[in-house]
Design a protein around this ligand. Structure first.
Ligand code: MLC
Ligand code: AMP
Length: 505
């Protein structure tokens, strides 16, 4: 048996001197060098006693070595579990425990905090720093650059990506080799990627967008990536002339449009700009076309499903829509109460089915059953409609979720923390419009009778427990939360009341 994901993305480039990664210092890593580095890492992990099916949790800065760790896991049949570098040690301990990770790879600076937490969970710890140094690479450098690829079937798991839930507990979305590969193949075709493409990669590599959509596509076609550690406006503008394509969250595009150096001339040679992970405002789409002559191609995806829909490559890329279901993906809009398909044009919940849809949540059969129907349709939690021409519009969310700069934030997790703070009776966390991040977090606090909660102290508590991007940008105090007759907090009323807090009219 082969290892289809490894063979299709990585193995076929063995020995190739073609450039894979262009780095900010002007150096280039070829496919061959990258694959040999990955093989060494696969050997290092196998030598540490890891076996196919074991989970490898990685909280590491973006670097060629970090990407090679993904390749090494695929080659060795290990399940790759990338984690946001912003997560605190508190957050991390849950992922390690829940996934049963056998190895945690982290930055050397965090080893002192992570090792004592990992040890009782029987997880080994190895380090990988932003500059590619660390104990994992020491082991790898001493190992052979040949590794016998472990056989894997299409239904075997390739990765766990954690996504938060409405109850505040994160769920590990189990993605199979075929989930990833089938989606990559469709996207390569749909977006016309070839080996001549050079993708400007400024996204993080711990999420679907930067890891699977961007990287897998380039690997599949043998193209190259300009691999920037993060979205740095100056670096992006410097490197754009050498790219053919770019993928980003809407914040990338609004930031570029705010920069006078971002002109039509700078990007006249570009083939394609793609946006996703959060809604792209129609006005951004229009402004972008006016400035550059390019129409951003917007697509819609999720951690659990990879990409579901896309605007067309040829044909009209319609602003404010996410285009059509991708080949092989079925999409329907249903009544949230009955699950029945609604007539075209009506707003309902979006459900999708296809080879892209994940296998379920790790060790959470009830949560899986609640969202993944027996017939294979996944209930996305997004609300949308299909217009007369078949374009899908996302009009809202049926889930209590905030998307800030492309990062998902589940209010419940923050509310649980706020509710525990001294003097706080209850709280509500909402997303309000933000000019840079699209939406941002606002915490509404109701004090206990006679109490005056210490708002600075509360923010400090958030800093300790929660990743920076989840921190409320502001806390406001109210006497009571608005509730409906059933006693449910009316977040829509709060959202309306505070909608101009960061974007005054
Ligand atoms: C950083 N900060 C954020 C933030 N990113 N706060 C809220 N939301 C975010 N997204 C914090 C920083 O820690 C910093 O804290 C402060 O906000 C300002 O930082 P910045 O320098 O302006 O931010 P920057 O580092 O430039 O990051 C912004 C960003 C980044 C938009 C470039 O967040 C990003 O790359 N987002 C992409 C996320 C992504 O890839 N999503 C895909 C998910 S997959 P301080 O301490 O300085 O105040 C998915 C499926 C699909 O959704 O369909 O694709
Ligand atoms: P994640 O769980 O991080 O993968 O985020 C998935 C969610 O991001 C989806 O359920 C949508 O709510 C949102 N999303 C992704 N792409 C788009 C888009 N193009 N427009 C609007 N929302 C999007």
């Amino acid at each position: 048996m082969a290892n289809l994901l490894y063979d299709s993305l990585f193995g076929k480039h063995a020995g190739s001197a073609a450039p894979f990664l262009h780095l900010p210092d002007g150096s280039t890593i070829t496919y061959d060098a990258f694959l040999r580095m990955a093989a060494r890492m696969a050997n290092a992990m196998t030598d540490m006693g890891l076996e196919p099916g074991d989970r490898v949790a990685a909280q590491v800065e973006k670097s060629p070595e970090a990407l090679a760790l993904y390749a090494a896991c695929v080659q060795a049949g290990l399940i790759f579990l990338p984690l946001n570098t912003a997560y605190t040690v508190d957050e991390l301990s849950y992922f390690i425990e829940n996934s049963g990770a056998k190895l945690v790879v982290c930055d050397g600076a965090k080893q002192g905090d992570i090792a004592p937490m990992a040890e009782p969970l029987n997880a080994q710890v190895a380090t990988l720093n932003a500059d590619g140094s660390g104990s994992l690479m020491e082991r790898a450098n001493a190992a052979s650059d040949r590794f016998e690829t472990v056989s894997r079937g299409p239904d075997d798991l390739a990765a766990f990506l954690y996504t938060s839930g409405t109850t505040g507990r994160s769920k590990g979305a189990m993605l199979t080799q075929n989930n990833l590969l089938s989606n990559t193949e469709v996207l390569v075709d749909h977006w016309r990627f070839t080996g001549d493409d050079v993708l400007l990669h400024a996204l993080p590599i711990f999420h679907t967008h930067g890891l699977f959509v961007a990287t897998n596509i380039i690997l599949a076609v043998g193209g190259a990536m300009i691999f920037l550690p993060k979205f740095d406006q100056d670096a992006v503008i410097d490197w754009l002339p050498r790219a053919t394509t770019m993928m980003g969250v809407p914040t990338f595009y609004t930031r570029l449009l705010d920069d006078a150096r971002f002109t039509g001339d700078l990007v006249a040679h570009m083939r394609l700009f793609i946006s996703g992970s959060a809604p792209l405002l129609a006005e951004t789409h229009v402004q972008f076309e006016e400035r550059t002559g390019h129409r951003i191609l917007e697509r819609y995806g999720m951690t659990e499903t990879n990409m579901n829909t896309s605007n067309p490559y040829d044909g009209e890329r319609r602003a404010g829509t996410v285009g059509f279901p991708l080949p092989g993906v079925e999409l329907k809009v249903t009544d949230p109460d009955t699950g029945k398909t609604l007539p075209q044009g009506e707003i309902g919940q979006i459900e999708v089915r296809g080879p892209n849809v994940f296998k379920g949540y790790w060790q959470m059969p009830e949560k899986t059953a609640a969202e993944l129907r027996e017939d294979g349709f996944f209930i996305t939690g997004d609300l949308g409609r299909i217009d007369a021409d078949g374009y899908v519009h996302i009009v809202g969310r049926n889930k209590d979720l905030i998307i800030s700069g492309g990062y998902n934030i589940y209010p419940k997790e923050i509310e649980l923390l706020l509710d525990e703070q001294p003097g706080v009776l209850e709280s509500a966390v909402i997303g309000v419009p933000h000019p840079d991040f699209g939406e941002t977090v606002l915490g509404v606090i109701v004090p206990e009778k006679g109490a005056t909660p210490d708002l600075d102290g509360i923010m400090e508590a958030a800093q300790h427990s929660l990743a920076r991007f989840k921190h409320p940008r502001k806390l406001v105090v109210m006497e009571a939360l608005p509730r409906n007759t059933m006693g449910k907090v009316q977040k829509n009323v709060l959202r309306d009341e505070f909608k101009e807090m960061f974007t005054p009219a």
